[in-house]
Design a protein around this ligand. Structure first.
Ligand SMILES: [Zn+2]
Ligand SMILES: [Zn+2]
Length: 545
């Protein structure tokens, strides 16, 4: 049969050109006009020529029919201009023969999240070209080579001569052919050809500890440049040093516009971080950003910034309230056996969060830490614990010295550790609160110099946790009862009767003082007769006013 092949219409043409050693016929000039190989159409742009060819065919009655078709056309991603392939001399790094080596190196990386490795693998498997590192741009890092004008030999500088600008500098020696006439390379390096050296460049700023810094631990970046920055950095490191440039890679998503579309200057839907920061502060923006799961894009919603703002206000107010309650407290070590059950309850919850947050951060899953700490802070610490313990700190003389010490210790630790857990996400507000109270007690210059909270198994007590959960459940049932009856929350309860099983009863008895304090009940009894059923454990709760 017969095929139509033009050098170069597309990838297939190009492959045939090389495979069958076809003669090269270039019909388009660098500025996109037809040349002498297109007689009759010289100087026309491609689009003009197309129109003209059809007219000519019509005029000569050669055109039988015209049908519109749809087909893919490669275009420039920025401006949409059609791509035409030209043959020009370029600099390449040969690496198509190293695909297996790169795939294996990718296996050795710890990917966060795991599934992003697919993009890396697919890119390598699909590579059809070596790495073209030369660009025809006015600005960029020069390619340090000269060409001998006489024999065409490529002249390289010695390493000691670098950096050189071959357009202005001359080589230190003459060509093998004896000629001194040279032409400097005008092309510049592709951006990735140098940004792919960032680990080595950054480490070389600290020559004394270079070996400690390189290879590095982590490459954090977004998913759009896995095939560029990440891949090329790995290529360079493997080719120069036969090692991976880092052990872990953390791939984040994109911030999208509120409708979930990619932000771009041409669409005019870019939300400028600086504007958001000046309106809400950096903590709010960070709080929002830390809500994204690794590898997933997230639309920018202004209301999420308001959630951050509320978090800041609540952190400030709740901490100030706690600090007021703590007064001149000096932190001491406390024997867990001497802690009151409800204090052990919050410390148990806190330690579970510490464990989870630490494990999440180890895996670079910062959003999990943010979400769980936020929940603990609002629901456990603010909505419940602060309410439950208020009485013990307002009326300290009503309680034993040990019980007061227990609550102060627990409150102090809970607030401090929440601040520490939030510090990487909201560095400013947590630091402000730390400076106000905790700095002089902890003896560190800044919260960011202080240690990460450590999980303490001794402060995890399942019975205390269950007992506290029961208390919270019953007290919110009482709260609901009072608000349904339009009674003030501080309304005294003559007698509170709880219907529960024996095991629950035993647990509730551990926290009965606190239950009385928070519900304002004079007496708590167990038995039948229910006004309401609690939400979580479905206990019958009878409230006698
Ligand atoms: Zn373009
Ligand atoms: Zn020469």
């Amino acid at each position: 049969g017969i095929v139509m092949c033009c050098t170069f219409g597309d990838q297939a043409d190009m492959e045939w050109y090389f495979k069958h050693d076809l003669p090269l016929r270039v019909a388009i000039t660098k500025d996109g006009r037809m040349n002498e190989n297109a007689p009759g159409y010289e100087e026309m742009t491609i689009k003009e020529a197309r129109k003209r060819i059809i007219e000519d065919l019509k005029n000569n009655k050669l055109l039988l029919t015209q049908t519109p078709i749809k087909h893919p056309v490669n275009t420039h991603d920025r401006c949409g201009t059609d791509v035409e392939i030209l043959e020009t001399p370029q600099w390449f790094i040969r690496y198509l023969d190293l695909k297996d080596k790169f795939l294996k190196a990718g296996e050795e990386l710890n990917w966060h999240p795991e599934f992003m490795k697919n993009r890396f693998d697919n890119w390598i498997k699909g590579l059809q070209w070596d790495w073209c590192i030369s660009r025809q741009r006015h600005f960029g890092i020069p390619i340090p080579v000269w060409y001998c004008e006489k024999c065409g030999e490529v002249l390289l500088p010695d390493e000691g001569e670098l950096p050189v600008d071959p357009v202005n500098d001359l080589p230190g020696k003459s060509c093998k052919c004896g000629s001194k006439e040279v032409r400097g390379e005008k092309d510049t390096l592709d951006t990735w050809a140098t940004s792919s050296l960032t680990p080595q460049i950054a480490a070389s700023l600290f020559p004394d500890i270079y070996d400690k810094l390189y290879p590095m631990d982590l490459r954090p970046q977004a998913h759009d440049i896995i095939t560029f920055w990440l891949f090329n950095t790995l290529v360079k490191s493997q080719m120069h040093n036969s090692i991976n440039p880092w052990s872990d890679v953390m791939i984040s998503g994109w911030a999208l516009d509120p409708k979930g579309k990619k932000m771009s200057k041409s669409r005019g839907n870019v939300v400028e971080p600086q504007e958001v920061i000046s309106k809400y502060g950096a903590d709010c923006l960070r709080f929002w950003a830390a809500g994204s799961k690794l590898g997933e894009d997230m639309p920018f919603q202004e209301k999420d910034l308001l959630t951050g703002k509320k978090m800041i206000t609540k952190l400030w107010n709740a901490s100030k309230f706690a600090i007021m309650l703590l007064g001149d407290y000096k932190p001491n070590k406390v024997d867990p056996a001497k802690l009151k059950t409800i204090d052990l309850w919050i410390l148990t919850k806190l330690n579970r969060i510490i464990k989870l947050a630490t494990e999440s951060f180890e895996k670079y899953e910062y959003s999990k830490n943010k979400m769980e700490t936020e929940k603990f802070f609002w629901q456990i610490l603010c909505d419940n614990y602060l309410e439950i313990i208020k009485d013990r700190l307002y009326n300290q003389d009503k309680y034993s010295k040990e019980d007061v010490e227990s609550v102060k210790y627990s409150l102090y630790i809970a607030v401090l550790d929440v601040l520490k857990l939030m510090a990487p996400i909201m560095p400013y507000i947590t630091e402000a609160i730390y400076q106000m109270y905790f700095k002089e007690r902890e003896g560190k210059k800044s919260i960011h110099n202080d240690s990460w909270p450590e999980y303490n198994q001794k402060l995890v007590n399942e019975d205390a946790e269950k007992a506290g959960d029961l208390l919270v459940d019953i007290s919110s049932a009482v709260r609901k009862f009072k608000s349904d009856k339009e009674l003030a929350l501080k309304t005294e309860v003559k007698k509170l009767t709880i219907k529960c099983d024996e095991e629950q009863k035993k647990l509730i008895e551990f926290v009965i003082d606190d239950l009385k304090a928070v519900t304002k009940a004079n007496e708590v009894d167990f038995g039948e007769g229910t006004d309401i059923v609690s939400e979580e454990f479905e206990l019958g709760v009878n409230v006698e006013i």
